[in-house]
Ligand binder design. Structure first.
Ligand code: SF4
Length: 367
């Protein structure tokens, strides 16, 4: 195979405690994991498992399922047993579902302190059940469901209010010597969210789950999540991530994966270096880049492919990439590992690049 150098990262991870969420380790000694949440009715076991399989294929490491009813709770044992990735039960109001999820073999349970006032006197029992089963708990504070007491005290869901809520809830578990916790403090405003996580990171050593909640439709949610996660990951803050989009969850996984790959926090796979095109372009760069991306989708090796519109930066980028095309006069010079191997007409650029990419992919050692 082709030897690879360790990729540089922007910051060392903030040191944290470590949790085991099913087969996935969570904390600073483990890779940052990608989470998403199913949109099926959890009680529909087959549909939920089908969606989980799709998410796992897209690169999701841990999946969360909502549990708002007894039918959903009843489905948890089968889902937890058959899912290819660890399943976290997401529980808001009902403590009894927390016990059901732990008994069902879920890899973790997420609780929302704003919605579980009634939990306070049950924390001891929850902590004991979770400890007996080795089940970690995520304290998931959300601006939209902040504890009324803290809302009154802070006036609105400020970073300080979110953090106070999370730390208070963590302290209730800590009183019972339960520390298998990770925490999230989500807000739809990336500025508030980033500040909240910064404060939380200073105040505790629990692993943190990052998310901009209700981030919006795909485009806005992608940008909000990318800038907010980037600002935190640049400080080493963040142990698991979830991109929340008003879009199918597979899209969330793709965006989260791309954010982590962009910062070398997970190995890059296919990396398309394509120019924005300009008045000098002599081929249709958008079309070429799109067709090459589509043709190589799902490629599992770290291949950098340059798709460049003219000879200004084209040969330079194409030479630096594993594979590339520098276009000119309706033709493309195809580069492999820095050498021009052939010149083809524009109509043959895409198929030639794909052919060469597959050939190169075969030279990578299986991982
Ligand atoms: Fe313009 Fe050429 Fe640069 Fe593409 S490579 S942006 S066509 S100058």
């Amino acid at each position: 195979g082709i030897p690879s150098m360790p990729a540089p990262v922007l910051a060392p991870r903030r040191p944290t405690r470590r949790l085991q969420v099913g087969s996935v380790g969570v904390g600073s000694s483990d890779p940052i994991s990608v989470q998403s949440m199913t949109t099926t009715l959890t009680s529909d076991i087959n549909a939920t498992l089908q969606q989980i399989a799709e998410l796992a294929t897209a690169g999701c490491d841990i999946v969360r399922v909502a549990c708002p009813s007894q039918d959903d709770a009843d489905a948890l044992p089968a889902i937890a047993a058959k899912s290819p990735i660890p399943v976290i039960a997401d529980i808001h109001f009902q403590p009894r579902y927390v016990f059901a999820a732990i008994e069902a073999g879920c890899a973790a349970v997420r609780v929302n302190p704003g919605n579980i006032k009634k939990f306070d006197d049950r924390v001891k029992d929850i902590a004991r059940a979770a400890k007996d089963h080795g089940t970690p708990i995520r304290i998931g504070v959300n601006a939209g469901s902040l504890d009324a007491r803290l809302l009154a005290k802070h006036g609105r869901a400020t970073p300080e209010a979110l953090v106070e809520s999370a730390l208070w809830e963590a302290s209730l578990f800590a009183e019972h010597d339960f520390h298998d916790l990770k925490i999230s403090v989500k807000h739809n405003d990336p500025v508030v969210m980033v500040r909240a996580y910064e404060l939380l990171a200073e105040a505790c050593d629990y692993p943190l789950h990052l998310g901009v909640t209700e981030a919006g439709p795909a485009f806005q949610g992608t940008v909000k999540s990318a800038v907010a996660f980037g600002a935190l990951l640049r400080q080493g803050i963040g142990d698991t991530v979830r991109v929340s989009l008003s879009a199918p969850p597979v899209e969330e996984v793709k965006v989260a994966t791309q954010i982590l790959q962009s910062l070398n926090l997970r190995p890059r796979k296919l990396d398309i270096v394509s120019c924005p095109s300009c008045g000098r372009a002599q081929v249709d760069v958008y079309k070429l880049a799109e067709e090459v991306t589509a043709g190589l989708e799902g490629m599992e090796v770290p291949l950098r492919v340059a798709v460049m519109g003219c000879v200004v930066n084209g040969p330079g980028e194409a030479r630096e990439a594993d594979l590339g095309v520098a276009s000119g006069n309706g033709k493309g010079q195809i580069f492999v590992k820095g050498e021009v191997i052939r010149t083809v007409p524009e109509s043959k650029i895409v198929e030639t690049l794909i052919e060469e990419a597959l050939r190169l992919a075969d030279t990578f050692a299986p991982t």
